[in-house]
Design a binder for this molecule. Sequence first.
Ligand code: ACM
Length: 528
Amino acid sequence: MKKCLLICLMFALPLLVCAQEINMIPYPNKVNVLQGHLLINKDTRFYADKGRFADMVSYFNGEFGGTKKSALNKQQLVSIAIDRGNRKPGSYKLSITLKTININGVDSAGVFNGMVTLLQLCKLAKGEGQNLALPCIIINDEPKYQWRGFLLDESRHFFGKMAVERILNWMAFYKLNRFHWHLTDAQGWRFSVSKYPLLATKAGIGNFTDSLAAAQYYTQADVREIVNYAKQRSIEIIPEIDMPGHATAANKAYPVFSGGTTSGFENFTFNPGKEITYQFMGDVLREVKSLFPGNRIHIGGDEVTLGIKAWENNPDVNRLMKENNFTDHRQAEFYFLKRIADTVSKLNCKVMCWDEAVAAGLPVSQVTINWWRQDKPAVLNEALDKGYHVILCPRLPLYFDFVQDSTHRSGRKWGKRYNSYLDVYHFPENTLTNAIYSNSNVIGVQANLWTETVITEKRLQYLLFPRLAALAESGWNDSSVKNDDLFNKRLKAHLVYYKKTGIYYYDPFNPGYHPEVIDEPKPAGNQD
Ligand code: ACM
């Protein structure tokens, strides 16, 4: 069925700027530039009376011209349509003729992607903000991967609603469509749960560099606002409630659920041997489900072994081991994950886990695995052999808390290795075989930004840009079309746009342009 909506644009002319250079990132699959131009100006607005395009149109207007009203004549110029066909989800066709703009998406994500392509064409034109002459053009485009994700860790340091919404804006600009929100970890629990208020007010106290920092967390109203903001930008948010490890903050608030302490890892795990732990988590997950309409919940499952020694002296775990004839504490870990995965499934949500869970025997049809340990390629093979859907997010090159230049001092490295924007651009073909990354169960790529060394939004931006642009190419385009010279040329146009919008980016072409940001921890307890 073809659904169509006519959208009006307002416009008036003089002072033309040509958007002749096609500097889109990710670069569209097929671009055919025709003779002639269509003229639009800075007062151009899209209109949609109601219906499914209203959110997108309001996003587009916000990006295109702010909230200013214009008193110019209306002229019907753009048509948007959903035209279901035998194309990948997210595909679209954008055509600009002398008089009209048509965006034809295979689904609403496709329409959104078409609008973003149009937006980039306008934003990256030299002299943007004046009157624009858009080239007549036909673009046919589809994503390589359905999952083009980015993770932000807000447990180690909390950035807040405005910073998150700014990231979501940039994700939309780069057609990145999944925001993995790491909301809980050892250093802080960052959203409120009505049934367990201390998770916010007590487990929200502290961060990686200041264990006494006043509680920082999102209210449920904040979460709803952010989820809605993301939805308007065709982005699904996947909340992560990390368990049974990385649970120190939650256990600080409710010690009754702690699996105990071992050297260097205080109350790091939840207690898998107590029934009340499962009731508690069931309650939390029910509230999570009500906040996140995407129906996917990430239950962590990483690095439990760091704190598992505490279970040796835990009578509840010992009883669980005995009752089930477990001989190894990892069996108790997997028992916990299975019960939680079952709870998530009963809430009609899909389960997501880090790659340690590949060994846990979770139901293949319900579970998606994030493969992060690039030093364990066998785990990726095992996940695919077992039939799991897999998202590729290996530390090399997709951890954005790694430095991006050999001279940078703050941030992680793997030996001498670090993650340059070109390493990101050339993922996955620089790291994995075609047989792996073209496996139909590999559903996408994701970059992860852990924030132990990131306190300020300035440093956050420095680590994100321009690697976010490279990530967009990694998720959208096949290796056969990648070309460093052409990418660098387009990227330079994006750097100009970053500069204009006030982004503090790393400039690989002029590394001294913005000095590296090194965040210094504040004195303990000081909130200024
Ligand atoms: C991880 O980096 N622990 C998923």
